[in-house]
Design a protein around this ligand. Structure first.
Ligand code: ADP
Ligand code: MG
Length: 305
């Protein structure tokens, strides 16, 4: 049967020389690779390899590709190619060489207020773009936000659209509709998303509660990230899952004097408006972009250490 022509998706694998593993996740791994294009050009790429065995819903993988292919924003990772073999899906991404935002938080402890604002501005800009295109990321966290280069002032790119979904209703402004219950991975009545999504610690209260959630779940996650950048620890205690969930639902934010003394009121106001329990009252990404903390020049360069 080797005389039969191979599907183009099988031939493609040979264009890639795999190198080291960049990351592992629930669905497989991400590997650094060199892609030799048909015209001879060589490109450094990040190849996401997803084991078909581990995917309950193959459509979800195609969804990730389709979501990404329709997007073009400087702070969203580019997808260049995709193909499959008998037991795997492959997604070819631009290689972000600067590492995860997560690692820079770990290494620095915390950011200056200016650096934090520069970072959050890019994440909010990408998120406002996503929401305008009716896409909710749903898993924004420092592991999924990458530096494009190693430079200290490198651009950030949002990656990992594994659980992103298109909203089926107009929600450009990021209205967090949260009326429907349900679950089971189906879209709720008004097009809101109802299945469990995201990561503990960054997930909005309406996500933890399993009620319908909309675009503003991303704004909550950005609030958590901003909080962590400015003080070096998370806003909700992570001692136990139960406690974390309880604390998140209450949404009571503390700015402990010892760590927050030097942080501007503008930054605290931004965080308070992102970490509002009721998604309808929570700031949208478009509004966040206009918040004084992110409007250029507003953030002071005070050293928070
Ligand atoms: P998962 O769904 O398993 O979390 P991700 O897409 O988040 O998959 O990738 C896992 C990790 O691989 C990321 O946290 C990051 O460290 C690395 N990674 C993913 N995409 C890229 C990329 N385009 N460039 C560099 N590293 C990447
Ligand atoms: Mg990830």
């Amino acid at each position: 049967d080797h005389l039969l022509p191979q599907p183009s998706s099988f031939r493609k694998k040979r264009e890639y020389t795999l190198q080291e593993v960049l990351g592992r996740g629930g669905f497989g791994k991400v590997v650094r690779a060199v892609w030799t294009l048909p015209n001879g050009e060589k490109r450094q790429v990040a190849l996401k390899i997803i084991s078909k065995k581990l995917v309950q819903d193959p459509k979800a993988v195609m969804d990730e590709i389709n979501v990404l292919k329709g997007l073009d924003h400087p702070n969203i990772v580019h997808v260049w190619d995709h193909f499959e073999s008998r037991d795997k899906y492959y997604l070819t991404f631009e290689l972000a060489t600067g590492g995860e935002l997560f690692d820079r938080i770990q290494n620095r402890g915390k950011f200056t207020e200016k650096d934090a604002a520069d970072c959050i501005r890019q994440v909010v800009s990408a998120t406002a773009y996503l929401h305008a295109h009716k896409v909710v990321h749903r898993d924004l966290k420092p592991e999924n936000i990458l530096y494009r280069t190693r430079e200290p002032d490198s651009q950030l790119v949002i990656a990992d659209f594994g659980i992103a979904r298109h909203l089926s209703v107009a929600d450009e402004d990021g209205d967090g509709e949260s009326s429907g219950g349900g679950g089971g991975g189906q879209n709720g009545q008004n097009g809101e998303l109802t299945e469990q999504a995201g990561s503990l610690g960054y997930a909005a209260p309406e996500v933890l509660r399993g009620v319908g959630h909309g675009a503003r779940v991303d704004c909550w996650s950005i609030g958590v990230i901003a909080y962590m950048l400015l003080c070096g620890y998370p806003p909700f205690r992570l001692d136990s899952k139960q406690e974390l969930i309880r604390e998140t639902m209450k949404g009571r934010i503390h700015f402990h004097e010892r760590f927050w003394r030097k942080v501007s009121d503008t930054a605290k106001d931004f965080i308070k408006k992102m970490l509002v329990v009721d998604p309808k009252q929570r700031m949208s990404a478009a509004e966040a972009l206009r918040h004084p903390w992110l409007v250029s020049g507003a953030a002071t360069d005070n050293d928070l250490s």
